[in-house]
Design a binder for this molecule. Structure first.
Ligand SMILES: NC(=O)c1ccc[n+]([C@@H]2O[C@H](COP(=O)([O-])OP(=O)(O)OC[C@H]3O[C@@H](n4cnc5c(N)ncnc54)[C@H](OP(=O)(O)O)[C@@H]3O)[C@@H](O)[C@H]2O)c1
Length: 346
């Protein structure tokens, strides 16, 4: 039997970023790991998620010098909890570190879906896929045949939204992303009917009008600002906007001028609704029931942008903010995962 793990490597925030974060805003350190109490277990992290909301948390919410947190998948390596047996793969929120002590109530023991990779629980079956699913089904209430526009379409939520929209029966699906290569990826591999490069220096409204000449019914907004303004302009009557995020403003230090055409919401009877996926956790079972058969059949595959090695976590985070990822940005800490222990095959 291997010796108990008694230290963890972790990343802390050294100072508040000014605009785009830099590596010097972070520090790596090694700290003692407390022995698990009754009902707790030690988890060795295998996968970490790096997400745009973390940039927002760095401005004030996250305490300087404290261990950072985020969605992760790990394997139980020592346990004092019957519900968390050694070898179990668990989803938890103690990211930005190699090991964590967790309690049963804080984690989800991951089910085993034959043919579905464990890391999908950070991608299509995780908060990313759930955000796209909730945006389309609960917020925008997409109907068959409707035209959909997705911004940051080559990212985690964006790649999920495009493919989920197709499975849900959308009509024309258009996306915007930040390079010609991403635009090709969207149309050639990810099921988008048309796409355009928002960094090409051209008018967003003009590009969107060309990509969706008959207008759009649903907009999944990951960017805000000028993208939201262009989408409102292209929207048909009774359109719906599911506002997921505003990545254009997270590093800007201030909110962009509001879309100048907000009154179009009134004239075209458009509904704009913001939401947080954390308020829709009850949709998780529905998402898995819907998506797992498609993942198993290969009709949809998870698209992850994998950075190798814990020591490259900050690089992965900064790269995601710069737009270097295609699909969900994750960090792989260890070798291939063992099989999950529980069997919850639907
Ligand atoms: N409401 C919720 O509960 C919820 C949950 C999850 C995520 N979100 C939001 O959803 C959005 C996408 O999140 P994600 O995790 O899927 O990240 P992501 O899209 O995988 O990564 C961020 C992407 O944003 C694009 N980007 C960066 N700066 C930009 C700018 N100034 N203008 C336009 N695009 C820019 C980059 O792609 P390009 O190369 O294409 O520019 C980058 O790849 C974020 O706004 C996030 O906050 C919301």
């Amino acid at each position: 039997m291997s010796a108990p793990v008694r230290t963890t490597r972790l990343i802390t925030q050294r100072r508040r970023p000014r605009g785009m974060p830099v590596p010097e805003d972070f520090a790596g350190t090694e700290l003692p790991l407390v022995a698990p109490a009754e009902g707790q277990a030690v988890v060795e992290n295998l996968w970490l998620s790096v997400d745009p909301y973390m940039r927002e948390a760095m401005d004030a919410e996250w305490e300087l010098g404290a261990p950072l947190e985020g969605r992760s998948i790990g394997r139980v390596v020592e346990s004092r909890s019957v519900g968390l047996p050694v070898g179990a793969l668990v989803f938890h929120r103690e990211g930005w570190r190699t090991h964590a002590v967790v309690s049963e109530a804080e984690v989800r023991v991951l089910p085993r879906y034959e043919g579905v990779a464990t890391e999908s629980f950070l991608g299509l079956l995780g908060g990313t896929g759930l955000t796209a699913y909730v945006a389309l089904t609960r917020i925008a209430r997409l109907r068959a045949g409707e035209a959909v526009y997705v911004s940051a379409a080559a990212g985690g939520v964006g790649t999920a939204a495009g493919r989920l929209a197709r499975l849900l029966g959308a009509g024309r699906i258009v996306g915007s992303a930040g390079s010609p290569a991403k635009v090709r990826l969207l149309t050639e591999e990810l099921g988008y009917d048309a796409a355009f490069d928002h960094r090409a220096g051209l008018s967003l409204s003009g590009q969107l009008a060309r990509a969706a000449p008959d207008g759009i019914d649903v907009y999944i907004d990951n960017v805000g600002g000028d993208h939201l303004e262009a989408a409102i302009g292209a929207m048909r009557e009774d359109g719906r906007i599911a506002w997921c995020g505003a990545i254009a403003q997270y590093n800007a230090g201030c909110a962009p001028a509001a879309p100048r055409n907000l009154f179009d919401l009134v004239e075209k009877s458009i509904r704009l609704e913001g939401f947080l996926v954390s308020r829709h956790r009850d949709a998780q079972a529905e998402l898995e029931e819907f998506l797992v058969p498609h993942l198993r059949s290969g009709r949809i595959t998870d698209r992850l942008s994998v950075t190798e090695g814990f020591e490259r976590t900050v690089d992965a985070f900064l790269g995601m903010l710069r737009g270097e990822n295609t699909g969900k940005a994750v960090v792989r800490l260890g070798p291939a995962d063992p099989e999950p222990v529980s069997d919850d095959t639907p």
